[in-house]
Design a protein around this ligand. Structure first.
Ligand code: C2O
Ligand code: CU
Length: 467
């Protein structure tokens, strides 16, 4: 397989130092309360050094923002300080959170005005790999860099040599100036696959390199923070297991035998053993649309950790609520996705009135759920506390969509009645009908939307209410 060295913009080599992952020392409650995430404009060298720095929006001026570590079961507190010129808010993607802390501007909180603060405080019932990102005009704000990893540690660490948090993104930069393309409302992006970029980064670095040793075992916490890019990933010179999806441990580690697909919003925890020889380079490789493999992360092998590999891993400890009971008798609802370019949608309801697809396009609205563009006044479904809910998601568009439910994880219901792993984001390919089931045990108003963020902004957003 060909390993290409450059995309539209040349990749640069970069050896990441140990300082990249910020481990917070044990803090008192009062100290924790003073921890602030300041959203602000900053400069970052995203493109190769021959290009100017890129103006980004980042938490604490970084993109990704700092990796936030916490212990399972702990209380988590962060103050958002908005130093941006526009309102913002933070969503803690995948956390079974108090609704008031979910960060959705216009649904669970008012957007935080420039110069203002908002104190987020919530419990962390589940261990796993989560992330935080802006949820006010997210299709612009996430594309500008307002996101970071939230790692909730199990009480006991699995037996590994080291851990790497890898946040993948896909930036659209002007190829001359290396500045972020600010045409967020481009109709082509809204109506097709979303805003795809021209510079892939991991932790803000194109062509990230991490030195490893043969037979070392790493835990890779992968997070797809891209607006629209589906990362199809492969291991080269690495062998491993999928341990968790969207933060939630699998019952049994699943050997990685083919590609790992990571849709926007999704996470995967892999345990990988370095099987390449000393002097070789292992890769986390990315399959581009034109069928070429690129090095997303290169792992030069510089030494030997041990003469033999470790035995296969034990599963990660289960999180508290893992089962989805009562699926057979659950109340069912349907979510039909329509619209987009080359779709069949003739018209839809938008802001209370029927509109032709052509008029929708004029307004930059291209997608509908159940015939309505954007969030409706009434929820898709109103569930009683503890009720099991099934939602059949039917993709009648010609694009894939990554459907994210806030506040609770779901399981996919397969045709044979079997249940898939717990997830919070499901990739639904064109033409597919897929069904999810979840227990409505987190009261509040929760978004259900496409995580191709331009799609969400142009119609693909609904919500559920749990009372
Ligand atoms: Cu990660 Cu509503 O989003
Ligand atoms: Cu979509």
């Amino acid at each position: 397989m060909g390993m290409c060295a450059s995309m539209n913009i040349n990749r640069r080599s970069f050896v990441m130092g140990a300082g990249a992952a910020l481990t917070l020392p044990a803090m008192t409650r009062a100290e924790a309360a003073r921890q602030t995430l300041a959203a602000r404009v900053a400069q970052a060298q995203l493109a190769p050094e021959t290009y100017p720095a890129t103006e980004i929006w980042g938490f604490n001026g970084q993109a990704p923002g700092p990796v936030l570590y916490a212990q399972q079961g702990a209380r988590f507190e962060r103050r958002l300080l908005n130093n941006l010129p526009v309102p913002t808010s933070i969503h803690w993607h995948g956390v079974r959170i108090d609704n008031a802390m979910d960060g959705v501007a216009g649904l669970t909180q008012a957007p935080v005005a420039p110069g203002e603060v908002f104190d987020y405080a919530f419990n962390l019932p589940d261990a796993g790999t989560y992330w935080y990102h802006a949820h006010t005009n997210s299709y612009e704000q996430v594309a500008r860099g307002l996101y970071g990893a939230l790692v909730v540690k199990e009480p006991e660490e699995p037996d590994i040599d080291r851990e790497e948090v890898l946040v993948l993104d896909d930036w659209r930069l002007n190829p001359e100036t290396a500045q972020i393309d600010s045409r967020f409302d481009a109709w082509h992006d809204l109506s097709h696959a979303g805003r795809l970029g021209n510079l892939l980064t991991t932790n803000g670095v194109p062509g990230l390199k991490l030195t490893v040793r043969r037979h070392e075992r790493l835990r890779l916490r992968l997070i797809n923070a891209a607006n629209a890019r589906i990362f199809v990933l492969s291991l080269i010179g690495l062998e491993g297991w999928t341990m968790a999806l969207d933060g939630m441990p699998l019952d049994r580690p699943a050997r990685v035998e083919s590609e790992v697909v990571l849709a926007p919003g999704q996470r995967v925890d892999l345990l990988v053993d370095v099987t390449a020889d000393e002097g070789e380079v292992s890769h986390l490789a990315y399959l581009s649309d034109d069928g070429e493999w690129w090095s997303q992360v290169a792992f030069p092998v510089t030494g030997v950790a041990s003469p033999t590999r470790r035995p296969p891993p034990e599963p990660l400890p289960a999180n508290p609520r893992q089962s989805v009971a009562g699926v057979e008798t659950a109340r069912k609802t349907k979510l039909v996705m329509e619209g987009g370019a080359m779709g069949r949608l003739q018209s839809a309801i938008y802001e209370g009135r029927r509109m032709s697809f052509r008029d929708m396009a004029e307004q930059g609205r291209f997608w509908a759920f159940n015939g309505t563009v954007g969030r409706t006044d009434t929820p898709l479904i109103e569930a009683g506390f503890g009720e099991t809910i099934r939602i059949e998601i039917q993709n009648e568009t010609v694009f894939p969509h990554a459907m994210h439910l806030h506040g609770m994880h779901f399981r996919e219901v397969h045709d044979d009645g079997g249940l898939g792993p717990l997830r919070d984001t499901l990739l639904v390919q064109r033409g597919e009908a897929r069904e999810i089931a979840f227990i409505a045990d987190n009261p509040g108003d929760w978004l259900l939307h496409c995580h191709m963020l331009a799609h969400a902004a142009s119609g693909m957003s609904t919500w559920v209410r749990i009372t």
